[in-house]
Design a protein around this ligand. Structure first.
Ligand code: ADP
Length: 547
């Protein structure tokens, strides 16, 4: 019997064929480690990607084999993104900010057979190599000089022609994999399918999410090893966006120069990066012409309202706040103003935009507490659960059943949220970061956002500290803006205007800097450990020091 419609697989090669035909002249620009600029086009890049595909096949890479990358964001890394899944192999991006022990564990767990390494990252890879057991190590460099026992990427490509056809791959086949950071235990692998990558790329194109089209020039500040640069290199190929990649240079002046010179229209990254950018813009307003920059997608941790307002009011730049996870590819929710708020006051609009937004089409949400599924009333907290075609259904080779996946097919995110009647979520905390004071929950995210709205404060993190009477009480650490003096009382008074009295941290402490994870988020386990005894209890077991 004939099917109703054509059975065309949703596969990455179909996106690459489209880019090759329609967008051959569209540019892909990268900053090299020596800061010089490299320019290529989809036409050239896909031709080289075809050579890489053939070279990998010649090395014996077959379907399902894991091929790892340890690399910054640049054109060769994009070539690997397109070639590896197109031969049915699995692109495994290693996080170069992790400790060598963690990189080794992850590469070993994934059984990576081939590794593509940036030459500038060779010292890091050398610390891992012995423990991974990869069959081939390919070094990406311009100078042709590679360490003994490794293969030179450019030599491999030069030996092939570009006749690789980019034929479709079965859509349920593994295309790529990423590991979660492991801040909640051992890192766990999430495997994306061709189908999920293609649908996710379409999702990024929707106006209600990132609204990408072939008029865009996209600069992902988010690393290609962090949830595949949020899927942007794939979406850009499908939708024909120009691409700009910063290489290892993520300092504010380098990024601002690329935004200006390459006429970037959309960029994306975690709040930490934008804090630096905002400070640079404030220090030298008008120095860069950013008139092409329409959207800065910010997510990965909560974006303080003060940051959204600062960019908008002082520099005319628009932040779009989004929520997602490695397990959700990552597109989950996006905070675009709903029609009923288009004429609302700036205050109401900022308040909405500082929330994490509504679920993307094809992503469903609900939240649950001890009594069951919570009402969408904007006040009842519960753990967010999601389902959708680009949400993980399992982790890669873990022992035993995983309680993160519910019996009725939802993924438990570990994030505590409220959902309003319109379906807009507000992340209150990660479940493990909530402050549980006298049986009530206090949102550290809300307190942090408010503290970062005070003119003296550059950064703020709030953690739970064991307390004899209340089990836990909040404690805030703050990094002051340059030239400001610290007043605990003034900061408490600032919070008192916005929160119930019992939410106010018992102590606010000034610190020189806040420790961060490999993805640039506050490392709350480290802060909790440091201040565990601050309220007089020495027993940190109340919380578990590294959970
Ligand atoms: P990890 O942070 O563990 O390295 P992910 O990058 O997958 O791994 O992070 C996902 C988590 O980041 C979410 O579960 C959530 O706690 C947090 N997160 C992501 N986006 C936001 C956001 N916009 N606001 C608040 N928290 C966020």
């Amino acid at each position: 019997m004939h099917g109703l419609m054509m059975d065309v697989p949703l596969s990455i090669p179909s996106m690459i064929r489209r880019a090759r035909r329609l967008y051959a002249h569209r540019e892909i620009v990268s900053r090299r480690p020596d800061k010089s600029i490299h320019r290529t086009t989809y036409g050239e890049l896909i031709s080289r990607s075809a050579r890489l595909a053939k070279a990998l096949q010649r090395l014996g890479v077959r379907e399902g084999v894991r091929v790892a990358t340890l690399a910054w964001n640049h054109w060769r890394h994009v070539e690997a993104y397109y070639a590896i899944p197109s031969i049915g192999a699995v692109l495994h991006t290693l996080n170069l900010r992790l400790h060598p022990d963690d990189i080794s564990y992850i590469a070993h767990h994934a059984s990576d057979q081939v590794v593509l390494v940036d030459k500038v990252l060779w010292p890091l890879w050398e610390k891992c190599a012995a423990r991974v057991g990869a069959k081939h190590v390919i070094v990406m460099t311009d100078d042709g000089l590679v360490p003994p026992g490794t293969l030179d990427y450019e030599t491999l490509l030069a030996a092939e022609d570009d006749t690789f056809p980019f034929d479709d791959v079965a859509e349920d086949r593994a295309a790529a994999m990423c590991y979660t950071s492991g801040t909640t235990g051992q890192p766990k692998g999430v495997v994306y399918s061709h189908r999920s990558v293609v649908l996710h790329a379409l999702g990024l194109g929707m106006v209600s999410s990132f609204g990408l089209s072939d008029r865009d020039v996209v600069l992902p500040v988010v690393p290609m090893f962090h949830v595949n640069a949020w899927g942007l290199p794939f979406a850009c190929a499908m939708l024909g966006c120009g691409q700009v990649h910063p290489g290892p240079h993520l300092d504010a002046p380098s990024l601002l120069a690329l935004f200006q010179d390459e006429r970037v229209t959309l960029t994306a990254g975690v709040p930490t990066i934008w804090m630096g950018i905002l400070a640079a813009l404030d220090a030298a307003p008008g120095q860069w012409d950013l008139s092409h920059l329409q959207t800065m997608v910010v997510g990965g941790s909560a974006v303080p309202l003060a940051m959204i307002r600062g960019f908008q009011e002082r520099h005319g730049l628009r932040i779009v706040h989004a929520w997602g996870m490695t397990e959700t590819s990552p597109l989950g929710t996006v905070s675009q103003l709903p029609p009923e708020l288009m004429d609302a006051s700036p205050e109401d609009q900022y308040a909405y935009r500082a929330r994490q937004g509504r679920p993307s089409p094809l992503v469903e949400i609900r939240a649950r507490n001890e009594t069951g599924i919570v009402p969408w009333d904007g006040t009842t907290m519960g753990e967010l659960e999601v389902r959708g075609p680009w949400v993980a259904a399992s982790y890669y080779q873990t022992d035993g059943p995983d309680d993160r996946f519910t019996a009725d097919g939802w993924f438990r995110t570990g994030d505590i949220v409220t959902i309003d009647a319109g379906g807009c979520i507000t992340i209150q905390d990660r479940a493990k970061d909530l402050v549980k004071s006298g049986g009530e929950w206090i949102s550290s995210v809300a307190l942090e956002g408010a503290l970062m709205g005070h003119p003296d404060v550059a950064e703020a993190a709030v953690v739970a500290v064991p307390h004899a009477k209340w089990d836990e009480r909040p404690l805030a650490v703050v990094v002051l803006r340059e030239g400001r003096t610290f007043s605990e009382d003034a900061l408490k008074a600032h919070l008192a205007g916005q929160f119930a009295k019992w939410w106010i941290p018992d102590a606010i402490v000034a610190v020189p800097s806040i420790p961060r994870t490999s993805a640039g988020k506050f490392l709350k386990t480290a802060i909790r450990e440091q201040f565990a005894g601050h309220y007089g209890l020495t027993d940190t077991a109340a919380r578990g020091s590294v959970s």
